[in-house]
Design a protein around this ligand. Sequence first.
Ligand SMILES: NC(=O)c1ccc[n+]([C@@H]2O[C@H](COP(=O)([O-])OP(=O)(O)OC[C@H]3O[C@@H](n4cnc5c(N)ncnc54)[C@H](O)[C@@H]3O)[C@@H](O)[C@H]2O)c1
Ligand SMILES: CC(C)(O)[C@@H](O)C(=O)O
Ligand SMILES: [Mg+2]
Ligand SMILES: [Mg+2]
Length: 347
Amino acid sequence: MATINFGGVLEEVVTREEFPMEKAREVLKNEVIAVIGYGVQGPGQALNLKDNGFNVIVGQRKNSKTWDKAVADGWVPGETLFDIEEAAAKGTIIQFLLSDAGQITLWPTLKQHLTPGKALYFSHGFGITYKEQTGIIPPADVDVILVAPKGSGTSLRRLFLAGQGLNSSYAIFQDATGRAKERVVALGIGVGSGYLFETDFKKEVFSDLTGERGSLMGCIQGIFAAQYETLRRNGHSPSEAFNETVEELTQSLMPLVAENGMDWMYANCSTTAQRGALDWWKKFKDATQPVFDELYASVAAGKEAARSIASNSTPDYREKLNEELKELRESEMWQAGAAVRKLRPNA
Ligand SMILES: NC(=O)c1ccc[n+]([C@@H]2O[C@H](COP(=O)([O-])OP(=O)(O)OC[C@H]3O[C@@H](n4cnc5c(N)ncnc54)[C@H](O)[C@@H]3O)[C@@H](O)[C@H]2O)c1
Ligand SMILES: CC(C)(O)[C@@H](O)C(=O)O
Ligand SMILES: [Mg+2]
Ligand SMILES: [Mg+2]
């Protein structure tokens, strides 16, 4: 563990220097890692583990699109690809990577395969933290661990293929074997994490649900839509409104923030822009703070979990989500975006 100062607060971080891939392979050399579910995280984690030299199998529903995707990705039926129950029976570490709602349906089946000494692995604190709603209560004689990549499974795989990594949170809920720590850290390194930040299941799910509903996904779309509408109402063309709301942010300014922070990005803009941004950011913070507080309270009360479980458990949940995504895609702002993307000089 390295002690690192985060803005004045000291935290322990696991690094690849102290826990290299060789050590991770040694720790897991006798394990069969069964990745259950092949949606977004499933492929990223399973393929990274396989390419890193771990013993991995995939469990997926037969006769499904994702089964075919797994075959196309190189998993071999009967050798490294099985139906869910068979994979769960074979695995000594079970990576439960169905959707959070799907985990509830599968739980009664899966728990029968959690024999003593196995490890149950999650990439989200959801199932365990909201146990009153999910019914996911593991037996006492298995390890219960978490590695949650802080980003999309798609990015986890892309960054791995680019020779980089994506940082993850890790947590131990239950250490039945005395090996939970080495297992979880080895898995974190194996799935392609760069650094591993310690947390617990509850903190992981509360922060993750807040982040994706907030600044990462929900809030960002809301702010884009509001600014775009203001510009359009005042007679600006769709291309001008989109460029000034989204394109410049993703193409020019966010890479500067990612590289060296907000003040660095500001410093690379005009003093006119700096004056305005420094004046206005606090107004935006004050306007949105009550919404963030409401959001966190809803997460902590289990209301976001209830909403997600109810809506993602209906037989047509995927079609319903796709309908709403289509509405977003077909809005003028994102249609303008599609046209703007085609005009990127490097495209
Ligand atoms: N998507 C991400 O990049 C991401 C990032 C970090 C953590 N996570 C967490 O990782 C886990 C997996 O997320 P995901 O986005 O990969 O999941 P997903 O929504 O893509 O679903 C994964 C698989 O579950 C299957 N599934 C859903 N309901 C099922 C059911 N009733 N029976 C059998 N299979 C069913 C789906 O067909 C799919 O193949 C979740 O706990 C999620 O919160 C996801
Ligand atoms: C990729 C995210 C948003 O970080 C993850 O939390 C998810 O739920 O997909
Ligand atoms: Mg999430
Ligand atoms: Mg997340």
